[in-house]
Design a protein around this ligand. Structure first.
Ligand code: SF4
Ligand code: SF4
Length: 176
C-alpha cells in the first residue's frame, strides 16, 4: 500500500493561563458570520470558554464531531478539588444540549481551523498564549486517506443532499 504525507493541525491548550477574556470566542464568531465579520455572536463560536467565575475557572473547549444521539453515560470531572458539571468537557453537539449549535438554524458547529487562514484566528487573538497552533506531518496509507474523504463526502451528502453536493463539486471543478 502506498504511503502519503498527511498534514495534522492541532491546537494545544494551556488552560492554566486562560483568564476568561473570551477574545477567542469573539473572533471565531465574527469569522464565521455571514457575510464574514458582519456580526459578533459568541453563540456562533467554535470555541467556548467553560466559565465558573466564582471558582476562578476558565477552560477553552473546541467544537468537535456532531453526535446524532445522546450518550448513555456521562462524565463528572473533579480536578484539583474543583468539580465540573456533566458534559462540561464534551466537544460534541448532541440532542441533549444546546452547546455548539448555530443559534439560528440549530445546525451543529465544528472547528474548521479557520479554513483558508494561515494560522487559526483564535490562536492569533489570544494574548496569553493559551492556544498554541502546532502542525506536523504523518505518514498515512493511501486507503486511509480515501476512507476519510468518503466519510467527509458522506456527511456532506447527508446534510445537503447528494444532488446539491454533486452540483457544487461540478461548479468548483469548472472554476479550478
Ligand atoms: S483568548 Fe485566550 S485567554 Fe482569552 S478566553 Fe480565549 S483562551 Fe482564554
Ligand atoms: S481554529 Fe478557527 S474555527 Fe476553530 S475555534 Fe479557533 S477561530 Fe474558531
Amino acid at each position: 500500500m502506498a504511503k502519503i504525507a498527511k498534514k495534522i493541525k492541532t491546537i494545544r491548550i494551556n488552560a492554566d493561563e486562560c483568564n476568561g477574556c473570551r477574545a477567542c470566542e469573539v473572533i471565531c464568531s465574527a469569522f464565521h458570520a455571514t457575510p464574514k465579520y458582519s456580526s459578533i455572536n459568541p453563540a456562533r463560536s467554535r470555541i467556548r470558554i467553560l466559565r465558573y467565575p466564582l471558582k476562578d475557572i476558565w477552560v477553552p473547549v473546541f467544537a468537535g464531531e456532531y453526535a446524532p444521539s445522546e450518550c448513555m453515560g456521562r462524565d463528572r470531572y473533579v480536578i484539583d478539588g474543583k468539580e465540573y458539571e456533566e458534559c462540561a468537557f464534551c466537544r460534541a453537539a448532541c440532542p441533549s444540549r444546546s452547546a455548539f449549535r448555530e443559534p439560528d438554524s440549530g445546525l451543529p458547529l465544528k472547528c474548521d481551523m479557520c479554513e483558508g487562514e494561515e494560522e487559526p484566528l483564535c490562536v492569533q487573538s489570544c494574548l496569553n498564549q493559551v492556544l498554541i497552533f502546532e502542525e506536523r506531518e504523518e505518514e498515512a496509507e493511501e486507503q486511509e486517506e480515501q476512507e476519510e474523504l468518503e466519510i467527509g463526502l458522506d456527511s456532506l451528502a447527508n446534510k445537503y443532499g447528494l444532488d446539491k453536493l454533486r452540483d457544487t463539486i461540478a461548479r468548483m471543478s469548472i472554476k479550478s
